[in-house]
Design a protein around this ligand. Structure first.
Ligand code: SAM
Length: 263
């Protein structure tokens, strides 16, 4: 079965069987609060509006970038030439999930944030706008993309630290700069091996309140396997599957439970 068909079938299954949209049947007060205050809340605020405006603008950007692809799915197409708008359309977080990221970051108010996979900086902008004073580092392997991401951030007056390099070589040294990771967004190199490698390195820097968010957990069989392993990790208590994003918590006061929630 080809990957697109497999993904569509998985999504239909999710829509049919995922439960708990409005928090019904959720026993965990922590998760109930998250659902009612973040997942289904209609947060409208000026800061979020600013990111939406930047997003709408960048989607129309026709600047052509030529770069060597890296990461999962790119081995068959080494050299790529795409407009910035097309990159956003193909691989950036959309507004619905951007708003969720923004809401989660505001809710947890992390002091330290790491993003693995900046691309042209869309998710970076949602995260940074929600926590402008956090120690926020974001890593990306393609310098042309980072240049665009820097421009978006600077227009919004945000100052995340952009790090150019391959995750496989850079992550360990970047992690040395953190004592504790409060919030991590994993969004690059979607293979099982790479995802588990990055997860295991980051887990060493967690504490009880850390929050990890994974993008594209059902994108491929490989990613689904990675997601299963992450859920089973001994440090993980609660996991929440929103189909596109997966949320991981380490709070010892929570019992080990795995929820699939319609979002
Ligand atoms: C899905 S995109 C990130 C999208 C971004 N988080 C957003 O929502 O706007 C993944 C990015 O990871 C980068 N990437 C993939 N594998 C990498 C690696 N091994 N080292 C560095 N960057 C990598 C790709 O160049 C790509 O820009």
């Amino acid at each position: 079965m080809n990957q697109r068909l497999r993904y569509s079938l998985k999504y239909i299954h999710y829509l049919l069987f995922a439960k708990h949209k409005k928090g019904h049947g959720i026993h965990s007060p922590f998760l109930f609060k998250l659902i009612t205050e973040i997942f289904i809340s209609k947060i409208e605020d000026k800061k979020l509006e600013q990111v939406f405006l930047a997003y709408n603008k960048i989607k129309q950007n026709k600047q052509l970038l030529t770069f060597d692809e890296i990461g999962a799915g790119s081995s068959y197409k080494k050299l790529n030439q795409l407009t910035v708008g097309k990159i956003v359309q193909k691989s950036s977080i959309n507004k619905k999930y951007g708003k969720l990221l923004y809401g989660l970051v505001k809710f947890f108010n992390p002091e330290t944030i790491l993003e693995i996979g900046t691309s042209v900086g869309i998710s970076t902008a949602f995260i940074a706008q929600a926590a402008p004073n956090a120690n926020f580092k974001t890593i990306e392997g393609i310098s042309q993309k980072i240049e665009i991401a820097k421009k978006i951030s600077s227009k919004l007056n945000l100052k995340p630290e952009f790090i150019h390099g391959n995750f496989n070589h850079m992550l360990a040294s970047v992690l040395e700069k953190y004592q504790i990771l409060d919030f991590v967004f994993f969004d690059g190199n979607h293979t099982k091996e790479a995802t588990l490698n990055y997860f295991n390195q980051c887990v060493a820097k967690t504490d009880n309140n850390s929050v990890f968010i994974f993008d594209d957990i059902h994108w491929s069989e490989d990613m689904e396997n990675a997601w299963e392993c992450i859920k089973q990790n001994k440090n993980v208590t609660l996991s929440v599957d929103l189909f596109r994003l997966g949320l991981i918590f380490f709070r010892k006061e929570l019992s080990k439970e795995h929820y699939v929630i319609k979002f």
